[in-house]
Design a binder for this molecule. Structure first.
Ligand SMILES: CCCCCCC/C=C/C(=O)SCCNC(=O)CCNC(=O)[C@H](O)C(C)(C)COP(=O)(O)OP(=O)(O)OC[C@H]1O[C@@H](n2cnc3c(N)ncnc32)[C@H](O)[C@@H]1OP(=O)(O)O
Ligand SMILES: NC(=O)C1=CN([C@@H]2O[C@H](COP(=O)(O)OP(=O)(O)OC[C@H]3O[C@@H](n4cnc5c(N)ncnc54)[C@H](OP(=O)(O)O)[C@@H]3O)[C@@H](O)[C@H]2O)C=CC1
Length: 253
């Protein structure tokens, strides 16, 4: 566990702060002393996070795919210590059923809009030797049947993270890749029995909790991570080591 107050004086921006992992991350960062700005499309979900977090959390309803609004908002924050690109997601479908518009929607959310958030925050992060944590998926480079669009986008973010770590040495960047985290969001995508089967196949035989993801994000915002940049850290119970999960009934579709 990180020491109390370790993030006092730090400012963090968390996307998707109104639910699941983004909410847990926001609450933990506030608990450790950071000032957190949360964004997401649904103001009511952000308001719930605010009521749980108390002082230290403020929010703005924002669609990160709206480049002009998102760019202006992020740049307007000024100095930033930590950007957590958590907003993301996809729909599960066989590759043959993903239309060009469907592919573009998922690629935009998980790759292009996320890249724009980093670009918009660059100056504010550089001022403070800041960090970027990009939430990703476990082992996208091995292929994930059912998530062709998302696996491609997440592999792209991993490559972007490594590239920027070389080009912008004043900013540390990381990808944090959970396997299965039993949030409301994942529950809307996959039935409990399928989630249980995926979890049972991981070497550790367990899911990853939102609290565990939050602790890693917070740690990456501290000096513990000073010697690291560009890395992809998998919080997946080892599932990416043995086989990428398949979310389709048949892998061939
Ligand atoms: C190691 C593996 C372990 C597995 C564990 C699971 C890992 C993943 C976990 C998570 O990510 S948890 C988060 C869960 N929540 C979500 O992912 C929900 C997020 N999804 C969305 O918000 C939306 O689906 C979207 C991706 C943002 C797209 O929304 P948008 O409003 O832009 O799309 P639409 O305008 O509705 O449609 C655009 C386009 O996409 C097609 N489409 C939409 N849904 C489907 C579908 N289910 N199947 C096929 N196609 C779909 C839609 O038809 C449109 O295309 P056209 O019809 O116009 O061609
Ligand atoms: N749960 C899991 O097993 C895993 C999750 N992940 C990733 O972790 C992240 C969080 O997942 P999780 O908490 O489970 O799922 P959620 O669906 O609860 O979280 C997604 C968040 O992103 C926000 N969001 C989505 N689209 C936009 C947008 N265009 N602009 C701004 N905010 C947006 C949503 O808020 P709103 O709708 O209000 O905009 C929501 O708060 C995602 O990137 C997910 O893909 C990765 C691996 C596994």
């Amino acid at each position: 566990m990180l020491p109390d107050g370790v993030l006092r004086g730090k400012t963090a921006l968390v996307s998707g702060a109104g639910s699941g992992i983004g909410r847990a991350v926001s609450l933990r960062l506030v608990e450790l002393g950071a000032s957190v700005v949360g964004v997401g499309r649904r103001a009511e979900r952000l308001a719930e996070t605010a009521s749980l977090a108390g002082e230290g959390f403020r929010y703005q309803a924002l669609d990160i795919r709206d480049r002009a609004a998102a760019g202006a908002f992020v740049a307007g924050l000024g100095g930033l210590d930590l950007l957590v690109n958590n907003a993301g997601g996809q729909f599960i479908a066989p590759a043959s059923a993903i239309s060009p518009r469907g592919f573009a929607a998922v690629a935009d959310l998980n790759l292009t809009a996320t890249a724009s958030m980093i670009q918009a925050a660059r100056e504010g992060l550089a001022e403070r030797g800041g960090r970027v944590v990009n939430l990703s998926l476990s082992a996208p480079e091995r292929g994930i049947p059912g998530l062709a669009h998302s696996a491609a986008a997440r592999a792209g973010i991993a490559a972007l993270t490594r590239t920027l770590a070389r080009q912008w040495p004043g900013i540390r960047l990381f990808c944090l890749a959970p396997g299965t985290v039993l949030t409301e969001g994942v529950g809307e995508e996959l039935p409990p029995e399928q989630l249980a089967r995926i979890v049972a196949k991981t070497p550790l035989g367990r899911d990853t909790s939102t609290a565990e993801v939050a602790e890693w994000v917070a740690a990456l915002g501290t000096g513990i991570a000073d010697a690291v940049s560009g890395s992809l850290i998998e919080l997946d119970g080892g599932s990416g080591l043995v086989a990428a999960a398949s979310l389709n009934e048949s892998e061939q579709a």
